[in-house]
Each structure stands twice: as structure tokens, then as C-alpha cells.
Write a protein that binds this ligand. Structure first.
Ligand code: SF4
Length: 308
């Protein structure tokens, strides 16, 4: 029995991850006429393309139901001599590394998802007022009752933050992922895909296979850029298993998702081109320095060489 009780004057924020679970949670929560003050979504800048297609669909649903919602992002402050970067992909390319999920750590999620939401709440007058009264903000988290989410939940249980009461409505209702999908369908909405960065270690092979060419090319680039510095992992998928290789690049090559020539050209040429870009831009004052996005736009367009 959940002993949790919602304080009547405590503000309630829902974390919407843009996937099926948290979408169903918000739909049902609203249908049950429970208090909901704001919905926050953290955008890493490298979500799956289908997720970005679903974002405005559900934003319109929230608008129709009068729910305040915001998309928040991690904002890097100090770029040192680097071209400014604004997404998890650009951050990894800058530092020649992979998301921490590929090293079996969670810091990418904390940095790109949890921290931006917490920062928003810290500046939210309703939260400040509640904390001043000695209350906590209620945070709704969309972990479902399936074994996978039960493991994630088990990790979180006992995580104490004096500012928040964490609540897991889907687990209170005993909903698994299929129940969530049914609830979203019943609302007349398309069922969103599992949300994650397209460069996440948690991407399944078939999910990688469904990515558009531009995303596959960026995966090859990311793994090639990080490869010289990797010691204990082979690539984004860490190490090979019976069902897939340790690098997504090998999978992309095996399945011929990109032309072999294109993969070779990216792996050998693009990291060098990127390093040159970083070296040249390092000489430019920060307020005039081109952002990494400009180099990526040229890479996506198939243009190489420095052009500043
Ligand atoms: S989806 Fe994966 S790569 Fe993206 S922030 Fe979360 S754990 Fe990191």
C-alpha cells in the first residue's frame, strides 16, 4: 500500500519524456482530475526523429486541456576554446567521447534531462512559495509496472530530495507499457515510440535500423571521433553480444544501412576535418566563434573542408 499522500497546496509537476509511458500517465492523471500545474520536457537535442514529430502533437493536446508545458534544455556556460555546443551529440563530438550511457553510467541523463528540469523548477514561483512554507513539490514520473521499469524504480526508491515528493502513478495503477499504449490510443492520439537519444546505448538494433540516413551518418561520425580515446568499450553499444556488435557502425555496415564507401569516408575523413575546424575556431573570440552546429550542417550536406 502506498502511504504517499498529496499535500493539497503542493504544486505538481509532471516529467514528460515524450514516450508512451509518461504520455499515458499525463492523459490518465488529467482524466482523473488530479492536480497538475506544469509539464516539463527535457530535450537533449538528439532525440529520435519520431519523438520530435510527436512533440507538437501532444503539445496541442496539452493546450486543448489547458495544461502549462515547457521544453527545457541544458545550457552549457563555459566553452573554453571550443566552438559553442548545445546538444548531447555536439557535446560528445566536442570532447571526442560517447554519452555516459555507453560507459554504463547515468550522468548524461542527469546532465541533459534531470538537471534542466530541476533548474526550471528552482525558478518557478509556485515551487519557491511551497518550499518557503516547508512544503515539497510533487514530481510525477512515468515509470510503468513492467520488469524493466521496476528495476529503474528500484534504483530510485530511497533517493531523497528534501524539495520533492516523487510519485509514480503508473505503478500505483499497475499499468505496464501495453496498458499505456492502449490509453494513448483510446485518447485518439498516435502511440509514440520509446523515447531516447538516437545515440543512446539503449537503442535496439531494429530502432537503429529505422533511423534516417542523416542520423546513421552522425552515429558513424560520433563513434569514429571517439574511437581513439575508447579503452574499455568498443562503441555506443559498449561491447558485442550474441545479437549485435559493440559499435553501431559495424551494425550499420553489416545491414548495409549506408553505403560502405560513405562509412569509410566518414570514419577516416570527418574526424580530421572536425579537429581542424576546432583548431581554427579556437583562435576566434567566443562572441564571433562559429558554433559546432555550423560544421554539422555542412557534414549533413556532404560538404567537407573548413569554411569560416
Ligand atoms: S537517452 Fe540515453 S544517451 Fe540520452 S540522456 Fe538518456 S541515457 Fe543518456
Amino acid at each position: 500500500m502506498n502511504a504517499w499522500k498529496m499535500e493539497p497546496d503542493a504544486p505538481v509537476v509532471a516529467a514528460w519524456g515524450m514516450g508512451v509511458d509518461s504520455t499515458a500517465m499525463i492523459i490518465e492523471w488529467v482524466a482523473r482530475r488530479m492536480r497538475l500545474d506544469v509539464v516539463l520536457t527535457a530535450d537533449t537535442g538528439a532525440e529520435r526523429p519520431e519523438t520530435y514529430e510527436f512533440l507538437p502533437v501532444f503539445q496541442r493536446w496539452m493546450d486543448r486541456h489547458g495544461i502549462e508545458h515547457h521544453v527545457v534544455q541544458y545550457e552549457p556556460q563555459r566553452f573554453k576554446h571550443w566552438p559553442p555546443y548545445f546538444t548531447i551529440l555536439e557535446n560528445c563530438l566536442t570532447n571526442a567521447t560517447l554519452p555516459s550511457a555507453s560507459f554504463n553510467r547515468k550522468s548524461c541523463s542527469v546532465k541533459w534531462k534531470i538537471a534542466p528540469q530541476n533548474r526550471w523548477v528552482e525558478n518557478w514561483p509556485s515551487a519557491k512559495a511551497a518550499w518557503a512554507r516547508g512544503r515539497r513539490v510533487t514530481k510525477l514520473i512515468g515509470y510503468d509496472a513492467s520488469p524493466a521499469d521496476s528495476r529503474r524504480y528500484a534504483h530510485r526508491v530511497g533517493v531523497e530530495d528534501p524539495r520533492y515528493d516523487f510519485r509514480y502513478p503508473l505503478r500505483e495503477w499497475g499499468w505496464d507499457r501495453e496498458a499505456c499504449a492502449q490509453r494513448v490510443r483510446a485518447e485518439g492520439l498516435p502511440v509514440p515510440v520509446k523515447s531516447s537519444c538516437f545515440i543512446c546505448a539503449a537503442m535496439r538494433p531494429e530502432e537503429v535500423a529505422s533511423l534516417p540516413h542523416w542520423a546513421l551518418r552522425l552515429i558513424v561520425l560520433l563513434e569514429a571521433r571517439a574511437a581513439p580515446r575508447l579503452r574499455n568499450v568498443e562503441g555506443l553499444w559498449r561491447r558485442a553480444t550474441r545479437t549485435r556488435p559493440g559499435t553501431m557502425t559495424a551494425f550499420i555496415r553489416e545491414r548495409e544501412l549506408l553505403a560502405h564507401d560513405d562509412i569509410d569516408a566518414i570514419a577516416t575523413g570527418a574526424p580530421v576535418d572536425l579537429i581542424e575546424f576546432q583548431q581554427v575556431t579556437a583562435q576566434i573570440p567566443l562572441h564571433e566563434r562559429p558554433a559546432l552546429r555550423e560544421w554539422i550542417d555542412r557534414f549533413n550536406a556532404g560538404v567537407s573542408g573548413i569554411e569560416i
